[in-house]
Structures are given as C-alpha cells and as structure tokens.
Design a protein around this ligand. Structure first.
Ligand SMILES: Cc1ncc(C[n+]2csc(CCOP(=O)(O)OP(=O)(O)O)c2C)c(N)n1
Length: 698
C-alpha cells in the first residue's frame, strides 16, 4: 500500500520502485461491493458517452466546443467519489467531467453547461464548456489559464483550516501544466504548512502536441519524481487507467490529507483517447502506434474485462447497461437543447456586486477627530479596527509579521495583537499571495494581502486579471472573491527603476476591480475601512512618499469613518481651470496652485480618491464651470489613467471647453535612481506650475 514519503524518500535514493502505489491486486476488488463497482463503471461509461454525445452535437452545429476526458475516467471517478460532498473542495481542470459526475453532478446540469444555456449552473453560458463548478459541492467556477487553480486550492485549504473545518481540497491538471511556476509555488506552500491539498496530475503524456519528454525534467520525465524534495508530500505514481488502483489511491491520498499529514501528489498515468479538444486533430502530430498503444489501455474496457472475468458482470448485462446509459445521455441532451439561451441583456450583469451593499454603508459620519496621524499609521489603525470588528479578515504578505511589521510598518503590531494565524508572513512569491487570496476569499474569508512594492506585483498579475476580478462574472454571480490588495507604489523616494512605479494604469483596465488611491491619512483610513466591508476585490494603492509626509498628515477620523468609493473631493474651489489629480500629485499640485493663487488665478483642484469607480459627475460639473481642464498624474504619460479622464472630459464637456484638455505626467521612461535624474522624469511642483500657467493663458 501507499507509503508516506518521509520513509520512502530515503529508500527512493536506493531503489526507485519504493514510490509504489496501491495496486488493488492483493484483494482483486479492493474491498468494494458489487454495487460500488457497478456505480463506478456507470459513472465512467456515462462520462464517455457524454463525450461522444457532445462531439456529435458539435458536428450537427448544436454545440460549440468540447474537451473530452476519454481515457481519464478511472482516475477522475475515483477522486470524485472520494470527496465528502459539501465539505471538501474541488478545483478540477477542464478534462475532469468524470470527476464532476463522481462528485454528484447530474448529466442534465452538465449538458446545460455544455450547451451554454441560460440555466447553465456553472457559468450561465459565459465561459466555454468544461469550466466546471458547483455551489452545492464547493467547486468554484474554473477558468482557462492552466495552473492558476493550484495556489487557489492552497488558499482554500488554508481558509478551511482557519475556520476549523476538516476539509480536503482536490486540485488537478495535466502533466504539461505542472511546468507552470505556480504549481511549484503551490506545492511549496502546501507542504510547508502541511495543508490538506490533494494534487492530482493526470499524465496522458501530451500537452496538446507537446510530448512529456519535452516538458518534464529528469530521467523518467515524471512529475512525481521531480517533486522529491518535499518532506510532507505523499507522492504516488500510479496506473491511472486501472479503477481499482485509482480507488485505493484516492482513498489513501484523502486519508493522508484529512488526518493532517500534509498534501499528496498523485501522478496518474492516463491515456488521451481523443484529440486535445474539438479544435485539435491529433493525427497531425501523434504517431499512429502511440494512439494504438493508448487504445489498449482504455480504462473502461480494462475495468469491464476485469468485472466480467470475475463474474461481477456478464456480457449480456453489460450490453443492457450500455443501452440504458446511452438512452439516459440522449434524453438529457435533448432536454438541455430545448432550454432557453442566455438573454443578451444579461451580458453586462455581475461585473461587480449588485447586492446594494456599497450603497447601504453609512459614509462620512465623523463623530470625533483625533490627534494628527501620518498616513501609514492611519492605514495601520484602519486594519486594526476592521480586524477587531470582523474576524474573517486575514493579513499576510512579505515581512508583515512583527518584529518588522511590514517594510513600511503598515502592519506593525497586528500579528502581536491578533496572532500569527490571522497575520502571517507569506513565502516571497507574489503569485502565491494573489492565488491564496483568491482561494481564501472564495471560501468566505476576507483576505487583505500586502504587496510590498507595486513594481513586484507582476508575478501575481494573472491571478488578479484572470482570476480575482473575473470570478463574479465568470460564475454568473455564484461565487465572489472580495480580497483587498494593499500595494505600496510611487516615486520621490529615490527608489530607482524598481521601487518607484505607479501601476494604476494597468489595473484600471480591469472590469471587476475597485481601485483606491488616497492622498492623505484621513482618506486612506476611511477608504481602507470601506474596502474591507465591500463584496468586491479592491486594489488599495498607498503612495510610499506620503506614508510619513507632513502634508499628508491629518487629524485621525474615528473608527466608524468610512469614505465612499466613487466620490471625489474638491480640495480647492476655483473658476479659471479644473485640475483632476490623485495620490502624491494632489500635493505637488497644491504647491503650484498656491503660487498661481498669489498671482491672482482661481483654480479648482479635484482629488478623485478612487480610480474605479471614477466620480465623473464631479469632474464634468467642474469643467463645465471653468471651461478648462488638466489631468495630473505621476505615472508615465502614454496610456496612463489621465488619458481616460481626458477622453471622458472631451466626450462629455466638449461644448464647454475653452482650450485643449492637457495632461501632466511622468516622461515615458523608467524612473531613475539619482535625484537629478528622478526629478527630470517625474512631475514636480515647478513643472506643474509652468504648464498650468501656459494653459491659463491659452
Ligand atoms: C496559461 C495558459 N497557457 C496556455 C494555455 C493553452 N492550453 C490549454 S490546455 C494546454 C495544454 C495542457 O496540457 P496538460 O496540462 O498536459 O493537460 P492535458 O490537456 O493534456 O490533459 C495549453 C497549452 C492555457 N489555457 N493557459
């Protein structure tokens, strides 16, 4: 039977075969009853027939796309059946239809999804087929990027542990996907914390047209061999075409994870009997003999043969059994075909939370104003107050624990007050931080991770763009992932090329994400507290140069103070020109405007405070009054967020404008280190003054 690697590791060094899997050969039916055996066969055959049916519907022009699981059924059904329904979580990959059937989904539900019908219970017709989900059985609607599921599974396992639940998380992919860095990050995190994650790598030897020999390192091109270094990881390399082996393997892996021994990694050798997908033709790149070899390992035929040999099934009964299932599949497909298609007017729904919660919060109620507070302390206090109020909030990231309390001290004291279960250091890996954020949020917690520098958020970009901000939409409002990502950004701290960037331009282009960029302590506190009470993902941008800046210091608002998203603030009223700005530029602008005031000009300054949503109403009203507009931001000019604001002003206020809408921004270069160089690139109060004056005199 299976062995924990701890002991296997030493032995593997001497003898590879110690990585032994359960074979099911000792007891020829692995302790399964006849009913259980027939149920497994039914699910495997059902899945295969559904593959055939969808391919037929495709040829008839009634379906759009398909990825078949043919050849993977033994592995998938065994793991589906091993799950505790409604307790465990699943992150299946696109080939995992038989897993979903094993878990308990019905062919009707699957056909609604396959045909992208209005009542598709997984995505409401928003995603291509085979993006599995089930609210009832804890399967968060899956996405298309290969490999993002691994870290999410780790996040969910972490969340379930923090909630005190004894849940196991299943996550799967093909062997090709195990080349993704996030797979390795996920195994590292799961193993480090002994998390109950069962990684199932279904190795069919091909990643579309790329054979495993070109994919996976090592003499054996084996994912399981490749992952030898992890102490708490149970590794099993098994014949994924043999149901009895897979049943024993799934039971062993789930038991190992559930009793707290840590994650398991199963490399199941499967066969790919169909092309990669309905858009692929494997005859173009796969030698005929490779296909013939695989056909000999058809898991359904192997299982049936065993059942017939051992008199569990007769040829005649099998013929009846097949007919019955085929009829059932045809009926389910015919029924689904008759169901309604999605209505076009629903296409814009569920980008953001539509529960109305955002409007129900009580904003800008200020009963006390405290002592002056610097921005970084205001952020720290917002975190503390909200964590006291809501025990679902978890803070993590690089160096966030005490003694350091964050490299800028924003999280100082929090791990001491709330313990290291709620405030903890993550591995130094931004994709991990974002993927775990997703997994925790989808499981109902409120993660508030810190990204130490905006310049290093990019490894987490895919987890944000393709996952976090997409979840509500892609699941048709079935799941939400309202994490609050705090990110330190901005220049003027002599941070050079890699500690100075602004990133809002990239992220403002993402439907489904709210973005705050406060310019002072009171707004930072109020906006962060609001962010932590909303149901949407939020990116909270904190300018490093303002953290301790005297001019960003304000009296501290009390613990009930919330600032709304989408409500800008007029910093200074005026009549000759409207300036729209945010972040550190609010202050550089104020310095320039002070000088202009002394010269008799009357300038209105608007701090937008949130990038998404943008308070266009306040901006347009102001521009209609002054007739002139300048947008000022610290980010580089080209395709910066200012371009969006300027375009909207032109679209909506054209008849009121007395001059061109100008933008003042950083030069289109990286931000260099030496102060002389940095000043040349970034906007400064002097440059702002000169350019504003030009426009005022236009
Ligand atoms: C990040 C990403 N890159 C590329 C793709 C396109 N793609 C989809 S499936 C696939 C091959 C995956 O192969 P493997 O993990 O071995 O699984 P299999 O399909 O063989 O079961 C590729 C390249 C994608 N969906 N996501």
């Amino acid at each position: 039977m299976a062995k924990n690697n701890k002991s296997a590791d030493t032995a593997t060094a001497k003898k590879k075969s110690t990585l032994k899997a359960p074979t099911g050969k000792v007891d020829s039916f692995g302790g399964l009853t006849k009913d259980e055996l027939m149920n497994a066969l039914r699910l495997m055959y059902l899945s295969r027939q559904m593959d055939h049916k969808v391919m037929t519907l495709l040829k008839q022009g009634k379906a759009f796309f398909h990825i078949a699981g043919a050849g993977h059924e033994a592995t998938q059904v065994a793991f589906g059946l091993a799950m505790k329904q409604g307790v465990d979580w699943g992150y299946p990959y696109y080939r995992d239809m038989a897993f979903m059937l094993g878990l308990g989904l019905k062919p009707d539900q699957i056909f609604l999804h396959m045909l992208a019908k209005e009542d598709d219970p997984m995505t409401g017709g928003r995603q291509m087929n085979c993006h599995w989900a089930s609210r009832e059985f804890n399967v968060p609607t899956q996405s298309s990027p290969t490999g993002t599921q691994f870290l999410q599974a780790v996040g969910t396992a972490l969340a379930e542990r923090r909630k005190g639940n004894n849940a196991v998380v299943y996550v799967s992919s093909g062997e090709g996907t195990s080349s993704q860095g996030e797979f390795h990050e996920a195994v590292n995190w799961a193993s480090r914390e002994k998390l109950p994650v069962v990684f199932v790598i279904q190795n069919n030897k091909w990643a579309i047209s790329v054979p495993v020999q070109q994919q996976t390192a090592g003499k054996y091109h084996s994912v399981s061999e490749m992952m030898k270094g992890y102490e708490n990881l149970l590794r099993l390399k098994v014949d994924g075409t043999d149901y009895l082996t897979m049943n024993a393997t799934a039971q062993t892996a789930f038991k190992h994870a559930r009793i707290g021994h840590g994650p398991a990694l199963i490399e199941a050798h499967t066969v790919r009997l169909f092309s990669h997908s309905s858009s692929d033709d494997q005859r173009k790149y796969r030698p005929q003999d490779s296909l013939e070899e695989d056909l000999k390992k058809d898991p359904i035929e192997l299982f049936v043969k065993k059942l017939i040999d051992k008199n569990v099934l007769t040829e005649l009964a099998y013929e009846e059994f097949k007919k019955e299932i085929t009829n059932h599949v045809n009926e389910a497909a015919e029924w689904a075909l008759k169901q309604a298609d999605p209505k076009p007017e629903t296409a814009l729904k569920y980008v953001l939370d539509e529960s109305g919660k955002r409007d129900k919060l009580e904003y800008e109620v200020l009963t006390t104003e405290g002592k002056p507070v610097v921005m970084v302390d205001a952020i720290n206090h917002a975190l503390r107050e909200e964590m006291e109020r809501n025990d679902k909030i978890y803070v993590f990231g690089e160096d966030v624990e005490d003694g350091k309390g964050g490299v800028f001290t924003a999280t100082k004291g929090l791990s001491t007050q709330f313990g290291k279960d709620r405030v903890f250091n993550s591995p130094l890996a931004e994709a991990s931080i974002m993927g775990v954020t997703f997994g925790m949020a989808v499981a109902g917690l409120k993660p508030c991770p810190e990204i130490q520098f905006g310049d290093y958020i990019w490894p987490g970009f895919m987890q944000i763009r393709d996952e976090l901000v997409m979840m509500r939409y892609r699941s048709n409002n079935l799941f939400e992932t309202p994490g609050v990502i705090r990110v330190a950004v901005g220049g003027y701290i002599h941070g050079g090329l890699y500690h100075s960037q602004n990133i809002e331009g990239f992220f403002s282009h993402m439907p489904g994400l709210l973005i705050a960029y406060p310019s002072n302590a009171a707004d930072a506190k109020g906006l962060l507290k609001t962010a932590l009470r909303l149901n949407d993902p939020v990116m909270f941008l904190e300018h490093k140069g303002l953290y301790r800046q005297s001019y960003a210091t304000t009296p501290e608002p009390d613990s009930g103070y919330l600032v709304p998203f989408g409500k800008a603030k007029i910093i200074k009223e005026g009549n000759d020109l409207t300036i729209v700005t945010y972040g550190a530029m609010v202050h550089e602008t104020n310095f320039a405007v002070k000088k202009l005031n002394e010269e008799g000009y009357s300038v209105e300054v608007i701090d937008i405070r949130t990038i998404a949503p943008l308070d266009t109403e306040m901006i347009f009203n102001s521009v209609k009054k002054t007739g002139k507009a300048v947008v000022i931001h610290e980010d580089t000019l080209t395709a910066g967020f200012g371009a969006e604001i300027a375009a909207r002003i032109v679209d909506n206020c054209f008849e009121y404008l007395d001059g061109p809408v100008k933008r003042i921004a950083a030069a289109d270069t990286p931000i260099p280190f030496h102060p002389n160089l940095e000043k040349e690139v970034l906007p400064t109060r002097d440059k702002i003054y000169t350019q504003l004056k030009e426009l005022l005199n236009y």
